[in-house]
Design a protein around this ligand. Structure first.
Ligand code: HEC
Length: 111
């Protein structure tokens, strides 16, 4: 049995749903954008008003489930970083999903 067409279709769904941009009205993306603007972009950039601090990791275009995993690990202390831990400790799992989704949809910038 060949699963490839189905897998390809599943991979395309988010692209179709979000159009690859951030103009979507999807409520999760909207919440994620607000969180990112107010709590993350000052260090990580991703928003035109903010430039990423040099040597801080770039989150744009990173896989949402990778970002989500890192954030959950900061929250639990499994990944040890005092700055990030203090920032995610008050985020709900849904906040973490939303902000990860938003960053995953931002265009990659090579700077
Ligand atoms: C004060 C600056 C600052 C703010 C604000 C900040 N971060 Fe970070 N973030 C960092 C630093 C520094 C690291 C690298 C820490 C490490 O070495 O683990 C990091 C790491 C990360 C990573 C891991 C990246 C990777 O490639 O593994 C993620 C994901 C992340 N931050 C998301 C966020 C989100 C989401 C927010 C907003 C809720 C946020 N950060 C706010 C400074 C910040």
């Amino acid at each position: 049995m060949n699963m490839k067409p189905q897998l390809l279709w599943m991979g395309l769904l988010p692209v179709l749903a979000y159009g690859g941009g951030t103009t979507t009205d999807d409520p999760s993306v909207q919440r994620g954008r607000k969180l990112a603007e107010t709590r993350c972009a000052v260090c990580h950039g991703g928003h035109r008003r903010y430039k990423r601090v040099q040597n801080y990791p770039s989150l744009n275009g990173q896989k949402a489930n990778y970002l989500e995993k890192q954030l959950l690990e900061y929250k639990s202390g499994k990944r040890d970083n005092a700055v990030m831990r203090s920032l995610v400790i008050n985020l709900s799992d849904q906040d973490i999903k939303d902000v990860s989704l938003w960053y995953s949809l931002q265009p990659l910038v090579n700077k």
